[in-house]
Ligand binder design. Sequence first.
Ligand code: SAM
Length: 203
Amino acid sequence: MDGFVLVNGASPAIRDVYYRYLAWKVVKRHISQRRPRHADRRVLEQIIIPFILAKFQPRTVLEVGREPYEAFYNEFFVGRELWTIDWDAAKAQFGAPKHIVDDAANLRNHFPESYFDLVLMNGVFGWGLNQPEAIEKAFAAVHALLAPGGLFVLGWNDTPDLVPVPLDQVQALRQFTPYFFAPLNGTSFKCSTYEHVYSFFLK
Ligand SMILES: C[S@@+](CC[C@H](N)C(=O)[O-])C[C@H]1O[C@@H](n2cnc3c(N)ncnc32)[C@H](O)[C@@H]1O
């Protein structure tokens, strides 16, 4: 099985090439030619994830929200401690072996502070995580659970029906520092499909 953690001894340039190749192979293995070509997926799978693996070398990863079409995402994180959480018990089968069924607002009940190097939450804000109180609680938990220097990747849709609270009004996000994600040339990036935005925050 390919996919291993390149850490000591590999230069950043080698890691970058390696993880882009790994991501491409994982996607190719799992995605049929029939999958529509959504730019927001391609950006996540082939730009964001490989860059983070190379640059941040996360040892502990939390992914919030898992749909069937992402079950193979476990393979991006082979050799790392990957946790998934989704409040819908039916999604557990698509999660990582370490999976929790619960509301993201309750994350603090499950992990100690500073546990994760990376938290990925794509398509959850506005897709169930909608109540202002729950949003504050979930994002504050993400901040608490990230290790210093850890990265929070928030994927969301910038359409009125899918933005329950403007992000600049979410107090918990103010604890983070916006992270300049070099491959996308900004701290946020809007894809060409679905007004899908990726925002990057550093603890
Ligand atoms: C629209 S799907 C998209 C998720 C997926 N990560 C993606 O990239 O497309 C939203 C998922 O998040 C889960 N979800 C929504 N709100 C949640 C919450 N507050 N806590 C935990 N899971 C939630 C849903 O059950 C569903 O599996």
